[in-house]
Design a protein around this ligand. Sequence first.
Ligand SMILES: Nc1ncnc2c1ncn2[C@@H]1O[C@H](COP(=O)(O)OP(=O)(O)O)[C@@H](O)[C@H]1O
Ligand SMILES: [Mg+2]
Length: 343
Amino acid sequence: MKSIISTGAHRCKVIVETFGVGLGKFEAQRDSLTAGFRQTVESIKLAQDKGKVEIYLCERDLPALVAFGEIFSHIKEPYSFVIGQSLKGPLVQSIRSLPHLLISGATGGGKSVFFRSTMLSLLKSSPHIQLYLLDLKRGVEVKEFAELPNVKTAKDEEEATNILGALVDEMNRRYTILEKNGQKSIDPKRDKLDLIVVGIDEAAALFGRKTNESARKLIGELARLARAAGIHLVPSTQKPVKDAIDTETLDNLPGRMTFRMISSAASNVAMGGNLAKKLPAIKGRAMWTNGSDHQEIQAPYLDDEEMDIELNIIKEEFESGQRKNFQKMIDTQSEVNFEEMTE
Ligand SMILES: Nc1ncnc2c1ncn2[C@@H]1O[C@H](COP(=O)(O)OP(=O)(O)O)[C@@H](O)[C@H]1O
Ligand SMILES: [Mg+2]
């Protein structure tokens, strides 16, 4: 039971029964309440009536367009990416503390744009990083990245599976290093190893198929273990249903960027509630979920021209020697030599 009382222009308070839930618990859910009401929660207080709390709300809407560069300027830590504009301000995130990110949402919502802005911000903010981009929809979404020396792309299932296999080997090699040095997780600077990010646009095209059990298993293994080895996954998919992603793998992807979903069921699988179904039909509008915390976000827009300029800057940094990786790119060819062997 709740009542809503206006407290001024664009402001109101909602009085709800607590059913024994303490004020602290409400405070802890402030971001989820903001997302649920689609208004900013300004404060939460105990009501004079026993067993009730007052939630003070302020109507404030997110902009419909946010520039990539504006959000990027808020990145202060290496190995970070932009999430977008939230009701509380610009939001950025370190991939190392995340450690894996799932992007989902119905077609046309902004997944690919967000995927590319995530990859670009990681490239820009990270001194030592390798990107492996798997895009089986003809490789069109990622082809601009391929010109960088620290990016490798896969355009078909075989290439993608080989890359995943080589990265699982690299992960195991890194675990041996960690064991030898008595360390818990890889620190790129200390261990002179590059951070590795595996981006998969339209992930269902890769492991949503029964035919590619090996890709599915390799991704599951990386999702489960790769964090300590400094390897992070960023899959993107329309619907994170069982056919497209193993339930266990899904559990290992704590960061969720969910664009508008058509059904509550799909929203539920993607972010553990129906908030992504309730989002307005605005391109780039999404729910950001990290654990149990939800926030409505306007994701940054990044057009092709800006991308090209940014990627060229990084390319020039490599050419002038200003940027250098710790390692060579992982050898992902070694498993495709069947033909050579039989010749
Ligand atoms: N953050 C954004 N802000 C504004 N417009 C966007 C944004 N993201 C996507 N769009 C628009 O929506 C279109 C579809 O986006 P896209 O990323 O290709 O969707 P999806 O991959 O989910 O199908 C883009 O071509 C672009 O015009
Ligand atoms: Mg897309």
